[in-house]
Design a protein around this ligand. Sequence first.
Ligand code: PFF
Ligand code: NA
Length: 452
Amino acid sequence: MSGHNVWTHKGTFLLAAVGSAVGLGNLWRFPYLVGEYGGGAFILVYALTIFAVGIPILIAEIMLGRTSRQSPIMGMRHLTKTHHTSRTWESIGWLGALAAFLILSFYSVIAGWAIHYTWLMLTGSLVGADAQTISDGFALLLSSPGLMTVYHTLFIAGSGLIVALGIHTGIESALRIMMPALFIILLIVLAYSVIHGDIAAAADFLLTFNLASLSIEGWLQAMGQSFFTLSLGMGAIMAYGAYMTSEVSLTRTAIAIAIIDTLVAMVAGLAIFALVFGAGLDIAQGPGLMFVTLPLAFAEMPMGALVGGVFFILVLGAAISSSISLIEPVAAYLVERFDMTRPQAVAVIVIATWAVGLLTVVSFNIWAEGTFFHAIWGRSAFELIELLTNVLMPLSGLMIALFAGWALTQTEVKKELDTTAMWFAMWRFLVRFISPAAVAYVLLRSLPFMDG
Ligand code: PFF
Ligand code: NA
């Protein structure tokens, strides 16, 4: 038997999982979804799903990784064998790998935009620019497939390099430097937004719950977001869990991950909305919120170029620590299954995702309309990929919940979770009934909205 890899320290799993969780989902996607789907109401649904669906599935996913001690695909194969259950469950590993692959392909393109903005900010190019100039600038970036491809290439190559160096020299060392720096930057940006923005208006917007303003699409988005933000259903957490030592409390760690991730999203939301409200700008900007509205707010503020530049470095760092967790599960699989070296495995993944990422690149320009994707599904390739991942994540999450709650031998699950009888009973109830029901309900309700 080959000896398995483990993290160097007890706390490394938490560090790595937080690195995976905290990313564009918190800094870019969460704020714009909140802006688009009605502020507090969206946050309420989101918080509910994090608690009733996200945390139970997070616990389940870490547990699957830690008991199997293998990459998600091989690990699921191993677990179905040793627990004598149906081989259908093996699809959890494959679904996750597919979702991870698709997410990475567009994640890298969007993180690439952050490279562009870090540069623009730090060189002071946007100082004093007006709204028209800044939104024209973003439009110009989106209309340049060449430029976007350069950034996309840089980002995916950088992420790949870290994973290729291995889980200790690469992933652990990178996270140990990046994560503390990210938290410090986040606090600096928050302080800056308190001084120069309208924090009261931001808090008011985030905390006013008006459920009536939430559409069914809003519910689906909130649920998709809770999976996305916690990195669920993609094998990322399972792969990291495989390296987690047994003496660490699994449940406590999972709850800590969810709390830290939610706090980061809320703080980022507060800071971004405070700056945007303070500058008297519109928050319902969709994906452009971070790349148009926020730079505009910074452009008008004292030391805005510097703080803005630092903010985009934060975005980049958070994105890298997440993208490495998307590469790891598939890389580990290729190494286990085909005896590849780690750098070979990473090269295969990076080249393949890079190529698929080009579909996202062109979705903003030469393929923005009138393509075969529009003709059949009424959306661009990028929108289609995003929608697909919004369905794949809950689907694989649903299967993880059912597998952990119903198919696995519960005495072994109990041993692995190692918590009080009450917490175990509560987790089991959530993971057997509540999480699957909630996920299935939202998935079914969203079907009509899928095709148009
Ligand atoms: N959780 C990350 C974020 O919020 O940006 C995105 C992500 C990373 C999703 C890794 C899935 C994953 F496996
Ligand atoms: Na996140």
